[in-house]
Write a protein that binds this ligand. Structure first.
Ligand SMILES: Cc1cc2nc3c(=O)[nH]c(=O)nc-3n(C[C@H](O)[C@H](O)[C@H](O)COP(=O)(O)OP(=O)(O)OC[C@H]3O[C@@H](n4cnc5c(N)ncnc54)[C@H](O)[C@@H]3O)c2cc1C
Length: 382
């Protein structure tokens, strides 16, 4: 078994680490406080090739593997979860559907500028009354005179309403199958489509510098060729997109936990009580040991899933294990890291306060902890 990263993986990891340290970390507190979208960081990440890391160069990407992509997400999340989710959602939810299921013309039109980071794209699966139960989407698209006429609402869609968002790919009911079950398809909806509107940004507890909106479709019309892949394949397509997304969220969770560990480690060495640094108290040093032990554990699980994916193997169970474990681990680690900060951890000037708020969504997005267990129980034959 070879645990060494390749030279290319190491190079991407250190590029992401330097970028996160020099460019992202210094801005994170202000962006969170002002709920300001990181346009300037997106432009820099585009220059570095991060917005299209795992896509082939012929489609505007950097041609890197999933392991490199996951390492980059982890390093950026270590500095700021909002910037990391903006990149990760763009790659794994926005651009990947075009790469996996798009026609050559759709790849040229959408994937190339997305991978180059020239525009962002959303993936609209969730609805106000269909989240975990995603197969129950109510948005309808009817084919009339060569156009899809769309009506419905999507909730919580990342990257859907920024100044550089080009559109959203949405999941809609497009008819009934011969057996009476609902036919679900994915449809590409560009931003300028009449009848397609975006709400104001939600006011969120965490990921406050990221863009999340409700989308409405009132007789919104797009050409018939905006169907993504074959008609009726929408359910299968979004399940496979979510499988890959779980590696992203696991990487994001681990990165956030690493950032919280960094803060707690530094604080424990600096803060004195009873005449010595608090790191000298076993109660504190054991917390730090337990935190790093769990981080190392989660990293191995997540990188294993990414490695399996890069080899074209079935990585679904590994990704689900990694997402579940990393989401819950980030909760424990960030909580303990804040505890080490005492009362100062409760103050907004300290990064750990933001990290504590940013953590919670890691246990909800792209499959809640409960849904991960449902998926895993099924995969385990239960
Ligand atoms: C900031 C943010 C960004 C997001 N970005 C996107 C995006 O870009 N695109 C997108 O499509 N969606 C996005 N989402 C939606 C996200 O994926 C959903 O919120 C998530 O899947 C949960 O769905 P829900 O919120 O409807 O909760 P519900 O499904 O209503 O769940 C409520 C509770 O019931 C539990 N539950 C539900 N079903 C079961 C079951 N079978 N067994 C046990 N427990 C169950 C859940 O685990 C949870 O605890 C985003 C959400 C947020 C908050």
């Amino acid at each position: 078994m070879d645990f060494d990263l390749t030279d290319e993986q190491k190079a991407i990891q250190s590029l992401a680490r330097e970028f996160a340290r020099d460019e992202v970390r210094p801005r994170a507190e202000e962006m969170d406080r002002e709920e300001r979208f990181p346009y300037e960081l997106i432009a820099k990440m585009a220059e570095l090739g991060f917005m299209g890391l795992p896509f082939p160069e012929e489609y505007g990407g950097a041609g890197a593997d999933t392991v490199s992509y996951a390492l980059a997400v982890m390093e950026i999340a270590r500095a700021d979860a909002s910037t990391a989710i903006t990149m990760a959602a763009h790659v794994s939810l926005g651009a990947t559907p075009f790469y996996l299921f798009g026609t050559e013309a759709q790849k040229q039109k959408y994937l190339v500028p997305l991978a180059q980071g020239k525009m962002l794209w959303g993936f609209g699966l969730t609805e106000p009354s269909a989240g975990s139960d995603a197969g129950n989407v109510q948005t309808k698209a009817v084919l009339q005179d060569g156009k899809w006429v769309i009506n419905g609402t999507k909730a919580f869609i990342t990257n859907s309403g920024t100044e550089i968002s080009g559109g959203t790919t949405i999941t809609a009911v497009t008819g009934k199958r011969p057996d009476g079950s609902r036919e679900i398809s994915n449809i590409i909806v560009p931003q300028e489509t009449p009848g397609f509107t975006r709400s104001r940004k939600y006011r969120k507890m965490g990921w406050r510098a990221s863009d999340t909106r409700e989308l409405s479709f009132a007789d919104a019309e797009v050409p018939q060729e905006n169907l993504l892949g074959p008609r009726g394949e929408g359910y299968r397509q979004f399940l496979s997109i979510l499988d890959g997304g779980r590696i992203s969220v696991a990487a994001l969770s681990i990165g956030l936990a690493m950032g919280a560990y960094d803060e707690a480690f530094g604080y424990a060495k600096e803060r004195h009580a009873f005449g010595q640094p608090i790191s000298k108290f076993q109660a504190i040093s054991f917390k730090l040991v337990d935190m790093l032990t769990q981080i190392e554990h989660a990293k191995l699980m997540m990188l294993r899933a990414a490695w399996e994916k890069d080899r074209g193997r079935d990585y679904v169970q590994a990704a689900s294990f990694a997402k579940l474990f990393a989401g819950e681990l980030s909760h424990r680690v960030v909580n303990e890291a804040l505890q080490i900060h005492g009362g100062y951890g409760f103050m907004d000037e300290y990064p750990i306060s933001r990290m504590y708020r940013d953590q919670k969504i890691n246990e909800i997005g792209e499959g809640t902890n409960e849904v991960q267990r449902v998926v895993l129980a099924r995969l385990m034959g239960l």
